[in-house]
Design a protein around this ligand. Structure first.
Ligand code: E4P
Length: 217
């Protein structure tokens, strides 16, 4: 399972890298706009600290513009993967970029059918928006489970990347579905590595040890 963090924040990326758990970084235009740097600066700075792919999303709405941006992103780092929204123009741009051998996939996915078409079109990855589907009153995790079973049945190579995960419980449901990858906001990922009960129990062990000094002395 690949674990990505959804951020432009290099400090967060370095923190999770120190845990040895990070397989790459996803970004989107909202994240980069909030960061304040240019998209190129974000991608190159992230690429310098992560040992894995950096996902960068095209902004153009037309096919030629998407292809042009995707090709430009590729020059910013060897491991850049182009994210293309699941629109009619997006699927056409995907085909052109994949035919040119450029790693690219489909994002902003809200239906199982979009995920099937992405796999048929040889997308490198597909990113269903679990949280946004759930926010809209749909069964986001159920969609992930259906996509996973369809991909398994047909042997598609496209990486199923669960995105827009709102909390650790949603993430766990995606793990239980056996997804290929998840991307998590830094706060959701940080919540994976500690719990109030762990802190409390650990404090109890330290209190029990008292002033006995280092255990290796
Ligand atoms: C994935 O690559 C997207 O950037 C991200 O998961 C979107 O999540 P959001 O719904 O929190 O914006």
């Amino acid at each position: 399972m690949n674990l990505y963090v959804d951020t432009a924040d290099v400090e967060s990326i370095e923190r999770f890298t120190r845990y040895g758990i990070l397989d790459g970084v996803t970004t989107n235009p909202s994240i980069v706009a909030d960061d304040g740097r240019s998209y190129r600066e974000v991608v190159t700075s992230v690429d310098a600290v992560v040992d894995g792919p950096v996902f960068a999303q095209v902004l153009a709405a037309d096919v030629d513009g998407m292809v042009q941006e995707g090709r430009a992103y590729q020059e910013w780092g060897e491991r850049v993967i182009v994210k293309i929204p699941a629109t009619a123009a997006g699927f056409e741009a995907l085909h052109r970029l994949r035919a040119a051998g450029i790693p690219a996939g489909i994002t902003v996915v809200f239906t199982v059918e979009q995920a099937v078409i992405a796999a048929k079109a040889d997308a490198t990855f597909v990113a269903p928006y679990v949280g946004r589907m759930t926010d809209a009153g749909e069964d986001g995790v159920g969609a992930i489970e259906r996509v996973q079973s369809i991909y398994d049945a047909y042997g598609f190579d496209t990486e199923l990347l669960a995105a827009s995960i709102r909390n650790p419980r949603q993430a766990t449901e995606c793990y239980a579905a056996g997804v290929d990858a998840v991307t998590l906001a830094p706060d959701v990922l940080a919540a994976h590595v500690s719990s109030a009960e762990t802190e409390e129990s650990t404090a109890g062990f330290q209190a029990a040890w008292g002033d006995r000094g280092s255990p290796i002395e």
